[in-house]
Design a protein around this ligand. Structure first.
Ligand code: PGA
Ligand code: ZN
Length: 422
């Protein structure tokens, strides 16, 4: 049973405060979890409670969320069985009483939810991925590595937020990391040679002053080739334009390019890019409220492209069910803090898998050293993870944890590869 719950303010990778929670069980087992934070957040995400006091952390303090952890939430969950995750999460949801977790804060609730499962895993002397996923949790995910940052994650004019590489042709997760690291460093050299900045953005990818997606994709493909890999076979390219960020008055406003594209022009442009480059997956190709555009793109390309819903689903099983029913997207990005509890996160993953939608476990642009999502990717067998570039410890911490998990699984481990994701 849970004997003690303690929250504190720590810093995230952008230097903003975030919530960290310790949960201690009666037997002394402990779990610690830190909560991430997005920049290009979906409109329907669970609410991240911020203090709004301009004198402290420029209003971004989370002392109210921490107070909720140490007060009302601690009172409600102390004494509950940590193995009964559904009960603990339901108690917090009921205590909060709002649909968006805005009263106590999803950051408060998620911290307790994840610290609880980690304490329970320790009580069982099991690694987290095994405790949550059972003995069948042996699939290592294909990483989508974000090597060029734009949009809300960088100061450059790139309209699209993320240009990623996926080493589908690797034989193991470790080899995938090696391939990604090599491409990352090759790209650095090529950028420097071309007189571009090699400074990195929020997710550790380079953030040069590229004019448009074509220029970024040209560099990415050349870096793959010059590292000795076959684009499209060994390593594919994935995009997250984060289209909700530039959808205005029914059209897509490409500020960096200085032009507008109608919904149909935007779709045609994305498909044209997917035709000219070895692109296998596009996340948030359409804005979160452009349901018509989502349907049209899915009809045109859903057979051959992975179309990942991030903002449009917000890790919410009910929103995902709308997509399944109405026929848009064919995959979902899963971010624990978009929904706020582990129980709801796992329900969303399950809902996706039952409908044949693929699942990509994901970090946020604001992260910490917490590596829970690495374990959850293996626990759910989802086959794909998005956790940034090959630099910055907040990103590599997740890759390093997956390297350890692969090592621990030994011969039982298998890497998802090209066909792997279920
Ligand atoms: P965010 O970006 O964490 O800033 O929302 C990640 C994403 O859009 O996938
Ligand atoms: Zn996204």
């Amino acid at each position: 049973a849970i004997s003690r719950v303690f929250g504190r303010q720590i810093l995230d990778s952008r230097g903003n405060p975030s919530v960290e929670v310790d949960v201690v069980l009666v037997d002394g087992s402990t779990g610690r979890a830190a909560v991430p934070s997005g920049a290009s957040t979906g409109a329907n995400e669970a609410v991240e409670l911020r203090d709004g006091d301009p004198r402290r952390f420029h209003g971004k303090g989370v002392s109210k969320a921490v107070a909720a952890v140490n007060g009302a939430i601690a009172d409600a969950v102390t004494g509950l069985d940590a193995e009964d995750q559904a009960l603990v999460d339901a108690a917090m949801i009921e205590l909060d009483g709002t649909k968006d977790k805005g009263r106590l804060g999803a950051n408060a609730i998620l911290g307790v939810s994840l610290a609880t499962v980690k304490a329970a895993a320790q009580a069982h002397r099991l690694p987290l991925y095994r405790y949550v996923g059972g003995v069948g949790a042996t699939l290592l995910p294909v990483p989508m590595m974000n090597i060029i940052n734009g949009g809300a994650h960088a100061d450059n004019p790139l309209d699209f937020q993320e240009f990623m590489i996926a080493p589908v042709g690797a034989t193991t997760f470790f080899e995938a990391v090696r391939m990604g690291s090599e491409v990352f460093h090759t790209l650095r050299g090529q950028l420097a040679a071309a007189g571009h900045s090699t400074n990195v953005g929020d997710e550790g990818g380079f953030a040069p002053d590229f004019a448009d997606a074509d220029e970024a994709l040209t560099f990415v493909v050349r870096a793959i080739e010059d590292s000795g890999y076959r684009p499209g076979t060994d390593i594919t390219v994935c995009l997250d334009p984060a289209s909700s960020e530039f959808f205005r008055d029914g059209a897509y406003a490409y500020a960096g390019e200085g032009r507008k594209r109608s919904v149909d022009e935007h779709i045609t442009y994305l498909l044209e890019l997917a035709g000219r480059y070895p692109i296998t997956s596009i996340e948030d190709p359409m804005a979160e409220d452009d349901f018509d555009g989502w349907k049209r793109l899915t009809q045109r390309a859903g057979e051959r492209l992975q179309l990942v819903g991030d903002d449009v689903f917000c890790t919410d099983a009910d929103r995902l069910l709308s997509g399944i029913r109405d026929g848009y997207a064919n995959a979902i990005l899963v971010k624990v803090n978009q929904i706020g509890t582990l129980t709801e996160t796992l329900r969303t993953v399950d809902t996706a898998h039952r409908a044949g939608y693929r699942v990509v476990m994901s970090h946020r642009s604001g992260e910490t050293e917490d590596t829970t999502i690495a374990d959850l990717a293996v626990a759910t067998g989802c086959g794909q993870i998005k956790t940034g570039s090959l630099s910055r410890s907040d990103r590599t911490a997740k890759y390093n944890q997956l390297i350890r998990i692969e090592e621990e699984l030994g011969r039982a481990a298998h890497y998802a590869g090209a066909a792997g994701p279920r």
